[in-house]
Design a protein around this ligand. Sequence first.
Ligand SMILES: Cc1cc2nc3c(=O)[nH]c(=O)nc-3n(C[C@H](O)[C@H](O)[C@H](O)COP(=O)(O)OP(=O)(O)OC[C@H]3O[C@@H](n4cnc5c(N)ncnc54)[C@H](O)[C@@H]3O)c2cc1C
Length: 733
Amino acid sequence: MHGLVHPTQDLDGPSIIGKSLQFVSYRIQTHNIFGYGYTTFLTHFDCIYLCFLECPRGHLDDNRDLKKQLMEGLDYLKDEREKAEFDVEAMKVAWAGSCEAFQVSDRMAKLVANDPVFEKFRKPTLGRKEMFKNTLRKAAYAWKLINDLHLTEEEAKWLRHYIDEPNYTDLQWEMFVPALEGQGTEEQKQKWLPLAKTMQIIGTYAQTELGHGSNVQGLETTATFDRKTDEFVIHSPTLTSSKWWPGGMAKVSTHAIVYARLIIDGHSHGVHGFIVQLRSLEDHSPLPGITVGDIGMKFGHGTYNTMDNGVVRFDCVRIPRNQMLMRVSQVTKEGKYVQSDVPRQLLYGTMVSVRQTIVADASKALSRAVCIATRYSAVRRQFGSRNGGPETQVIDYKTQQNRLFPLLASAYAFRFVSEWLRSLNTDVKQRLEANDFSTLPEAHACTAGLKSLTTAATADGIEECRKLCGGHGYLISSGLPELFAFYVPACSYEGENVVMMLQVARFLVKTVSGLGYKQPVGTAAYLGRATPLLQNSCAVQTGEDWLNSSAIVEAFEARAARMIVSCGQRIAMFENPEEGFAELSIDLVEASLAHCQLIVVSKFIQKLKEEIPGKGVKQSLEVLCYVYALFLVHKHQGDFLATGYLTPKQASLANDQLRSLYAKVRPNAVALVDAFNHTDHYLSSVLGRYDGNVYPKLYEAAWKDPLNDSDIADGIHQYVQPILKQRLHLAKL
Ligand SMILES: Cc1cc2nc3c(=O)[nH]c(=O)nc-3n(C[C@H](O)[C@H](O)[C@H](O)COP(=O)(O)OP(=O)(O)OC[C@H]3O[C@@H](n4cnc5c(N)ncnc54)[C@H](O)[C@@H]3O)c2cc1C
């Protein structure tokens, strides 16, 4: 291919039409890197675009409209969309959870997408400072919109979500405000919440230190009570006690909830939260005794580097006594440490709420990656051309389907489990208000486990989607590298994933060891039927037998119960159970995963028992549910076989059935990702564009790279020419 011009330059009009017709059957010869050539047939519209590219430069303005008519507004995925066997609009509602939820998110997505202030394409080429400033501008503009348009809290949440740039407001709304609400006394809430909710103060959540993250009890920052002045002295005694990571803290936050070891009269009372002012509300400078800065660039380029994750050290900073968060325990004026009658478990309630959001975010992030990979897989053609016909769409390759469709199914599965978690969260809150703490350990274990499962699967899934897009997936303009870089820390923050699974394991082992006297509840209730689950074996005899929700649930229950009971029995053989727990921790994490997968599968099945309106919607979701479950059976068949619940024949029937289900997903694939209702702005992916107009837009995006500002880049004369001209010895290097 030669003679290409910059696609933003317009081209000679009249000759285009004639040329474009010829180009309908135009072939180009391309060569791959191994040097052998093969013929690529372009689609009709690719050809028209090529024709533009081959035309002489000039006549810019006359042809802009014509080019637009030919290139824009065409739906290259129309054929795919016409194959759909379900009502896409109804599926959008099923995905969103309700008509109202759909309308709110749709309205906010469009508000952001249509506002030039929120454009994102420039971000990857900006330097850190420019990028940070640009994010501050967007956050300020968003706050103005929220106020000017009188957006509700729910609308504001969606607006921030669609802006899609991590920044200090995430910490303000998702950590600082909830921590005040959950851990503050009534007086504290009355004082601090109005300030926070009107953004007169900006807060962050400062728990992690350089030396300790997961092990909160290992935190070293101290808060020493000074009876004489009725103050706490916040201090960082060692380098490793420096607070490290809090978002927004480096440059923006005026306040932080600082977690520190409470010391009274030389005696430690464990870690508590304290409201500490970091910066002057007048000129924003750090207050005396506070050294604060940024911890440096993070993985990826744009993504999390819009956030000023910070480091702070306190040098004997004094705060009034009433700035310790005192809902659960108080320090009196006399220096007496008092536990209130509010149980400590109440703090779990906040965690349940935060982790529910994380699971919901996992489904959003995975759906985004899957949407890009599915649309691109339908556009991309490789090999398989017969008699000069088009090549095969890569989505038709079984291997592509086997990697892609389970991820598509997972996005739906995570969406529905997060919806269920929302109701669990409401239930937990109501029970807490009624002083009923009976379900809290189970709810806590369940959300910790689901946080771990969904974030790990989503991070892996995004990376798989990148690979599913071949080489182009590696381009920033595919949207996938930045999405991965943005998403992957979810595996570490808000509870490191393995540490979370170990917490689930503790709960499960405790549950099975107490079976004689305590009936398990909620998601652990099946363990109450451990005896039959350990004895029964799977009844599946044919592939179709796997398309039965009871058979699926029982298989997952039996696998999880057997793995947990086996761990419990092996731990019991140790003299010291803690030693046993540590020794068996690998098996325990696997058993926890099995338990959490059971929850996701059974909540998907539970969703299908509800009424889901719309032609073919429920049927399509049923197919996805079986794909999700059978994919897991196949992936973890080692567990199912080793626990003796499945025979090799049954495992192989499950796999055959899974593969035949792919044929049912295939015609609906593009429509199933359309149902996520993601705007092109939100996807920020050339490969995942709604209209499938991938190649011209990839080409166009490439030319926007700063290196293409000139034909001869900076540095060529200085560093390349001396080599070429054999004058390196004279060059100033
Ligand atoms: C992008 C980002 C934003 C963040 N924002 C904030 C914030 O706003 N505020 C804040 O306070 N913190 C924040 N953090 C910090 C985050 O909460 C911690 O990094 C997280 O809790 C994990 O702790 P860690 O780094 O100490 O990991 P570690 O616990 O040191 O983990 C290291 C490894 O050790 C393993 N490990 C640890 N303990 C055990 C165990 N008992 N058994 C087996 N294996 C174990 C883990 O599985 C992991 O593989 C942020 C982190 C990131 C990446």
